[in-house]
Ligand binder design. Structure first.
Ligand SMILES: [Zn+2]
Ligand SMILES: [Zn+2]
Length: 354
């Protein structure tokens, strides 16, 4: 039996590097040899056992931001061959529940995602339904291809927020928020304002995309947004931090009739305090988006192919598979680390930031 190295979450707060069987594919699947698997903020949540539905899946190999190469192709797969550079839609909605049948597959009651509920990419190989596979264009580098999944989540939020040309956008959070700001600018938003508490991240936001940055350690973000928008408030505010305080700020700084787009994931017992009167008399709105799905993958690859967005400033480091657990802790402590890619082939770290 062929075996491979895999990081297995055997209980909350404990990854074990194990030698496990290489997944066996059926006719409808392909086997992908993992080149890179990015570490997502939600991987920390999975690791510490934050989400009950995921704890129920342990033991589990997590990791859902995969770029790799096809190693084996199932008999039913069409248009794919061994050696293709690929990424894949991680979503496996059931297709038959109420939400699936009214066209809301992301809200499927039996929702499963590869690398979140099913074995994923912190391993040498991962198996995937062939219909979920997207071939990566030659113009897109391996590193950029590993950013496709987070980009799909940002794209889905961009569609939901639906900002139009000339409107102002505030992004709270300068991690993945820098990508949200790039998408807003691509849609013609002006000005694009990025808010964070970390000076290094804000410096990057300013270099890459932002017209203005606001450091909450120095300035009250609500007052500053009101000033920058001539007392009107922002047309759109995207929250990409995940705390009740920043959601409350977002609701305060959005203009009458404007919209808050919820992206940052709060703890399940975290509550924000909002004045409901403003839903009515000020017609303020809130929408949310939880992930990318389906053709968000195709769109993400197209935007990368034509250089409409650049994830490279966000990719901080590449680490060997062996270093997953210590890297999860490092990301928590070091704000300079935004996106870290795990590589089953790397023998040592490559640091890309600074
Ligand atoms: Zn993710
Ligand atoms: Zn469903």
């Amino acid at each position: 039996m062929r075996t491979m190295r895999a990081q297995v979450l055997t209980e909350p707060n404990h990854f074990e590097l194990k030698e496990v069987p290489v997944p066996e594919i059926n006719d409808d699947e392909v086997l992908v040899k993992v080149k890179y698997c990015g570490i997502c903020g939600s991987d920390w949540g999975s690791y510490i056992g934050k989400y009950a539905d995921e704890v129920a899946c342990i033991p589990l190999t997590t990791g859902h931001e995969v770029y790799g190469v096809i190693e084996e192709v199932g008999k039913s797969a069409q248009g794919l061959k061994v050696g293709d550079r690929v990424t894949y839609d991680i979503c496996k909605p059931c297709g038959t529940c109420y939400h699936c049948r009214i066209g809301e597959p992301l809200l499927c009651t039996e929702f499963k995602q590869i690398g979140i509920h099913l074995d994923g990419g912190f391993a040498e190989y991962v198996k995937v339904p062939w219909k979920n596979i997207y071939v990566v264009p030659d113009e897109v580098s391996d590193e950029k291809a590993a950013f496709v999944e987070p980009l799909t989540a940002c794209l889905n939020a961009s569609h939901k927020m639906d900002c139009t040309i000339g409107r102002s956008v505030v992004v709270i959070g300068a991690g993945l928020g820098i990508m949200h700001a790039q998408l807003a600018k691509l849609r013609g938003a002006a000005p694009v304002i990025v808010v964070d508490a970390n000076a290094d991240r804000l410096k990057m936001a300013k270099e890459v995309v932002a017209d203005y940055t606001i450091n909450v350690r120095e300035t009250d973000p609500v007052e500053e947004v009101m000033r920058l928008t001539n007392g009107v408030g922002a047309d759109f505010v995207l929250e990409a931090v995940g705390s009740s305080k920043t959601y409350e700020q977002a609701f305060k700084m959005v203009r009458k009739g404007g919209k808050v787009e919820a992206f940052g994931i709060c703890a399940e017992d975290d509550y924000a305090s909002l004045p409901p009167v403003e839903f009515v008399t000020s017609e303020k709105k809130i929408s949310g988006s939880c992930a990318g799905i389906g053709y968000d993958w195709g769109d993400a690859l197209t935007l990368l192919k034509y250089d409409r967005v650049d994830p490279m400033p966000l990719i901080s480091m590449i680490v060997p598979l062996e270093e997953l657990e210590e890297t999860l802790h490092e990301i928590k402590k070091n704000p300079k680390l935004i996106k870290v890619l795990v590589s089953p082939e790397a023998k040592e770290r490559t640091v890309l930031y600074e």
